[in-house]
Design a protein around this ligand. Structure first.
Ligand SMILES: [Zn+2]
Length: 253
């Protein structure tokens, strides 16, 4: 029997038999892996204590043919403070859902994993507004997955927009339009203010370490959140239930 070891984050758990679970884990060296965790619901399996959502852990699997059996999971870093706030928890599950949907089986994606770890770190700290963390993550995921929008100038006339008072973001075609090139806001074209335009460019330009080091006025946050969410969902054609749940929690807060 072969053993493989990798660091990773659980993105999905499914109950299986009485005491077992099937886990999907985004790992550093192997991309997305699916493994059976036998007896994980039993309190006696201490060697599996690191196999929980919101823990970054080192996993050891026994490999037999195509199937993996989780043998050990040891925590490296905990993001469990996310559970202290229902909004953070709902957002945390949405983030893991995005990661699990974009990650590919057996294909390492170090930027996506690092981006997610940094995002969970910020959410766990609880200092930054959750809606800003969410929007920045959505936009940066689109960026590192190759759906980078054209945003430094109008994508029609190439005019720079720094002197403008507002512009438009076309979420379907992926770019900015100036007011002369756009007849107005519609389903896939959102009007945005210049602070939002600058925040978008900051995130696209920033590296994974510093992409959350920005702030935005309260008035701009709503449009910024809307444009980032709509952009990722439109480009990835992903409609997660975890997002519906996050919104429900936000409304009841
Ligand atoms: Zn233009």
């Amino acid at each position: 029997m072969d053993f493989i070891t990798a660091k990773g984050l659980i993105v999905k758990e499914t109950d299986f038999n009485e005491a077992d679970k099937m886990l999907s884990i985004m790992t550093d060296s192997y991309g997305l892996l699916h493994a059976k965790a036998s007896g994980i619901k039993s309190l006696k399996r201490k060697e599996l204590s690191g196999a929980k959502p919101f823990l970054y852990s080192e996993f050891t699997f026994a490999q037999k043919g195509d199937s993996l059996n989780l043998r050990e999971a040891n925590m490296i870093h905990s993001f469990l403070d996310i559970k202290n706030d229902l909004t953070h928890l709902a957002l945390g599950f949405y983030i893991l859902d995005i990661l699990g949907n974009i990650a590919m089986d057996n294909q390492p994606n170090e930027p996506l994993l690092r981006l997610t770890l940094n995002t969970l770190f910020a959410l766990n700290q609880g200092k930054k507004d959750a809606a800003l963390i969410k929007a920045a993550y959505e936009l940066k995921v689109a960026d590192i997955e190759g759906f980078t929008p054209h945003t430094f100038e109008c994508m029609e006339c190439n005019d720079e927009l720094d002197e403008a008072s507002f512009c438009y973001f076309d979420v379907l075609n992926g770019g900015i339009l100036c007011k002369d090139c756009c007849p107005g806001a519609e389903r896939n074209i959102l009007k945005i203010s210049i602070p939002t335009f600058r925040a978008i460019n900051y995130i696209l330009d920033a590296d994974i370490k510093s992409f959350l080091s920005f702030d935005l006025s309260a008035e701009a946050r709503a449009e910024f959140s809307q444009v980032c969410e709509k952009y990722l969902l439109t480009q990835s054609d992903f409609h997660p239930k975890t997002l519906t749940y996050y919104k429900k929690v936000m409304l009841s807060d």
